[in-house]
Design a protein around this ligand. Structure first.
Ligand SMILES: Cc1cc2nc3c(=O)[nH]c(=O)nc-3n(C[C@H](O)[C@H](O)[C@H](O)COP(=O)(O)OP(=O)(O)OC[C@H]3O[C@@H](n4cnc5c(N)ncnc54)[C@H](O)[C@@H]3O)c2cc1C
Length: 311
């Protein structure tokens, strides 16, 4: 889409240059498809030259400008492959959750996805699910670090103040070393995610379930070792952590469907990671008396479901 109000495209990574009417430009797949009638300048990160992916024993540093295509290559890169982190198994299904062509994959960036703040942002899902920490640079020269799970606070809303620049995301080795599980549902075969849950069982037996896509912002449930829940306890925790208004409502899924699928997939993940059989009946399903029966919900034709295990 033409952006007729743009007066200049400025190559820079310096937040001090930001002024009213500016927007950071990464891959441009949102900026140029949504367009704008108010922006005056684009601050172009295209020449940032930040290393897209840096792998160390401490984890993986993703530059905000890392493209989806570059991220997709990480699990088979020599640096990451030798570390044998089970959490690497989450990268490709999250990239695949971008239902887009190679043209978009080659341009879309990790940072652009998180900063757009879509509930179905798969880079938000991945980075939040792996306890990623965002480094954010501000126009006054300062910086701050924030868990990615807290960066997106609503549908297309983030904590970023005007001019703040997402520089990178650190995925810690502790989370990458965990056993992981992935579940995703969409109403159509090539549709945007309606529900996307990531589970981790960390080395210290902490169970972490990160809910995205079904909710307007990421929701994390964390159960320390010794407090790992049974099915009923998990259902209660999901119910308490995600009040009705937090379920997202758009063409990609009704809130009632997203809610029931969130309960179901959370239990699938719990059972998978704990090596138990899944509870889908009795006092767990449907999770609450107010919940519509599954038969009244929209049918998910061609639903996509994937599971990835790391051992
Ligand atoms: C065909 C198609 C399919 C798509 N499918 C999906 C999908 O399934 N799920 C999904 O979530 N999105 C989807 N998108 C939207 C989009 O492609 C992604 O959200 C993408 O990751 C955005 O990244 P970008 O680098 O292109 O961002 P840009 O368009 O460059 O920027 C997006 C926004 O983020 C800001 N921004 C970018 N980088 C930074 C930074 N480092 N710091 C601060 N602000 C920044 C920009 O100012 C802008 O407001 C799709 C788009 C298309 C065209």
């Amino acid at each position: 889409m033409d952006m007729n109000t743009i007066e200049a495209v400025v190559p820079t990574t310096d937040p001090a240059q930001w002024r009213d009417g500016d927007a950071w430009l990464a891959g441009g797949t949102v900026l140029f498809s949504y367009g704008s009638t108010v922006l005056k300048r684009l601050l172009d990160l295209g020449q940032a030259d930040w290393p897209a992916v840096t792998v160390t024993d401490e984890g993986i540093e993703l530059a905000a400008t890392c493209t989806v295509a570059e991220l997709y290559a990480v699990p088979v890169s020599p640096a990451a492959a030798t570390l044998e982190w089970p959490g690497l198994a989450l990268i490709r299904p999250c990239c695949d959750s971008f239902v887009a062509s190679f043209k978009i994959w080659n341009m879309s960036t990790v940072g652009g996805n998180i900063c757009t703040g879509l509930p179905a942002g798969p880079m938000t899902s991945l980075c939040a699910g792996l306890d990623g920490v965002a480094t954010i640079l501000s126009p006054d020269g300062g910086s701050r670090t924030v868990p990615v799970a807290d960066v997106v606070i609503g549908d297309m809303q983030t904590i970023l103040a005007p001019g703040e620049l997402l520089r990178s995301v650190h995925l810690p080795a502790t989370a990458l070393s965990a056993r992981v599980a992935f579940r995703r549902l969409s109403l159509s075969n090539l549709g945007r995610s309606g529900v996307l849950l990531i589970g981790r069982l960390d080395a210290d037996n902490t169970l972490v379930i990160t809910v995205t896509a079904s909710t307007k912002r990421p929701v994390q449930l964390r159960f320390p070792a010794g407090q790992v829940p049974d099915a009923g306890t998990l259902a209660d925790a999901v119910g308490e952590s995600i009040p009705w208004p937090l379920y997202h409502d758009d063409i990609h899924g009704l809130p009632a469907w997203r809610r029931d699928m969130t309960f179901k997939l959370a239990e699938e993940i719990r059972a998978e990671l704990l090596g138990e059989s899944m509870t889908v009946s009795g006092d767990f399903w449907p999770p609450h008396a107010t919940s519509p029966q599954p038969s009244t919900q929209p049918q998910a034709s061609g639903t996509q479901k994937e599971a990835h295990h790391g051992n």
